[in-house]
Write a protein that binds this ligand. Structure first.
Ligand SMILES: *Cc1c(COP(=O)(O)O)cnc(C)c1O
Length: 429
């Protein structure tokens, strides 16, 4: 009896929801000797990088860069506008909503948590009621997560702004776009977002190590009224830098900037609308496969309603410990790495082994997604995990028809031509 050889040799595929796959061009741009940080190319690149970051964020206002991960951006953003003892409202729709809230607790804020569970988007009516109850406007900010990477839900950020306006509540709208930026449609200015945080290692396709805080004049006015902001987290010098070191409050993340420059060029060359559309079609191919597999089996997507699913990440479950078995098999046998389930069951709870996630953010294309799905199906076959038939056909059909179909994004993701102009950023930096 002949044994199938191991099929993991060849280019691996890291399909976890961050860090995402890095384009060769980004890696090549980073492969260089240490550059001069006092004059020359890198220094000259900076205004363009700031302007292009704002284009991706769809804002004409301010941006600050931090050497840090997404958690650093959370702390940086909060530190500029929330003083100890002040209240924030946290509508959590997964692990990362709680994380944003925990960061606020850590800087001394009083956190009012509304937990929408692990498989649903924010309920805007519930948030409206909480805001309406706050007659004295003690809530200084609402901390929302656009795409919660644990549950893979996408939240209606524009709808949240409408709620704040309808209630007449002045709280800042602060949004975590760490998973979604450069994947799911996000329109900072058009949606009335005051503060947005993101990282470089997901949709922006750069190795972990930089994060970004975007803010508007409303948020800056709140910043100016703060009793004290730590020198390091202060976004003011970073966003109005006149000398290179001020962007980073010290030495620049030199090689990240070279990688970021190329990544931003790639996004703008493709076009941000096209980037969103690509993620939309690829995600729909994954969902179509999951629907087919799930017929007559235990495979389920975490978010039932497609309108509430992110196009950057898909959170799934199988029966028993089959999620972990499948992850282990495709990694060892095919060189395909799937994401662990996060926040769905406690550490140590055997139920954790049912859950897993697919990262499909950033530098991903049609053949990669078909390979991902084919690899998953091979794994289920090899392991004797039951699955419904026709999944790969269904996915291929979505990809084949992607140019005309599959772009029907949720209502709040609708294309708005009015905000389509990429000509922002008279570069206040
Ligand atoms: C990845 C992620 C974070 C955390 O970012 P780190 O870089 O790991 O600190 C926070 N929020 C969301 C939505 C994320 O996807």
């Amino acid at each position: 009896m002949s044994q199938r050889p191991n099929l993991s040799h060849g280019r691996g595929y890291l399909a976890i929801p961050g860090p995402s796959i890095m384009p060769e061009a980004v890696l090549q741009a980073m492969h260089r000797p240490a550059p001069n940080i006092y004059a020359g190319e890198l220094v000259d690149m900076m205004p363009g990088i700031m302007a292009d970051l704002k284009r991706v964020a769809r804002t004409e206002h301010f941006a600050a860069i931090y050497i840090g991960n997404g958690h650093a951006a959370w702390e940086a953003a909060l530190s500029n506008v929330i003083a100890p003892g002040e209240r924030v409202l946290v509508p959590a729709t997964g692990r990362f909503g709680h994380g944003f809230g925990e960061m606020a607790t850590g800087i001394g804020a009083e956190v009012q948590l509304i937990d929408f569970g692990k498989a649903s988007p924010m309920d805007l009516d519930v948030i409206a009621a909480a805001l309406a109850e706050d007659k004295d406007h003690e809530i200084k900010a609402v901390l929302a997560v656009h795409v919660d990477t644990s549950s893979s839900v996408v939240n209606d950020i524009k709808g949240l702004r409408d709620v704040l306006d309808a209630v007449g509540h002045p709280a800042l709208l602060m949004v975590d776009c760490i998973a979604s930026l450069g994947c799911d449609r996000f329109e900072m200015d058009a949606w009335g977002v005051d503060v947005m945080v993101t990282g470089c290692q997901k949709g922006l396709m750069v190795p972990p190590g930089c994060s970004f805080v975007f803010f508007n004049p409303r948020a800056q006015a709140v910043r100016e009224a703060m009793p004290r902001v730590s020198v390091y987290w202060d976004w003011t010098p970073r966003s109005t830098a006149t000398e290179f070191w001020q962007y980073f409050n010290g030495t620049a993340p030199t090689h990240h900037l070279y990688g970021l420059r190329v990544a931003l060029d790639m996004i703008h060359d493709e076009g941000i609308e096209q980037v969103w559309a690509r993620h939309g079609v690829l995600a729909r191919a994954i969902w179509a496969a999951c629907d087919a597999w799930g017929a007559g089996s235990e495979l389920r997507m975490n978010i039932a309603d497609p309108a509430n699913r992110s196009t950057a990440v898909t959170s799934l479950r199988l029966g028993g410990n089959d999620g972990t078995r499948l992850r282990d098999w495709v990694e060892a046998e095919l060189g395909l790495t799937l994401g662990i389930g996060l926040g769905m069951a406690e550490v140590g709870d055997p139920a954790r082994d049912a859950f897993f996630r697919l990262g499909h953010m950033g530098h991903v294309n049609g053949q990669m997604i078909m390979g991902l799905l084919g690899g998953m199906q091979a794994g289920m076959s090899a392991l004797g995990i039951p699955y419904g038939r026709g999944a790969l056909d269904a996915a291929a059909d979505v990809i084949a028809g992607g140019a005309v179909e599959g772009l029907s994004a949720p209502l709040f993701n609708k294309v708005d031509d009015a905000v389509d102009s990429p000509t922002c950023c008279g570069n206040s930096n």
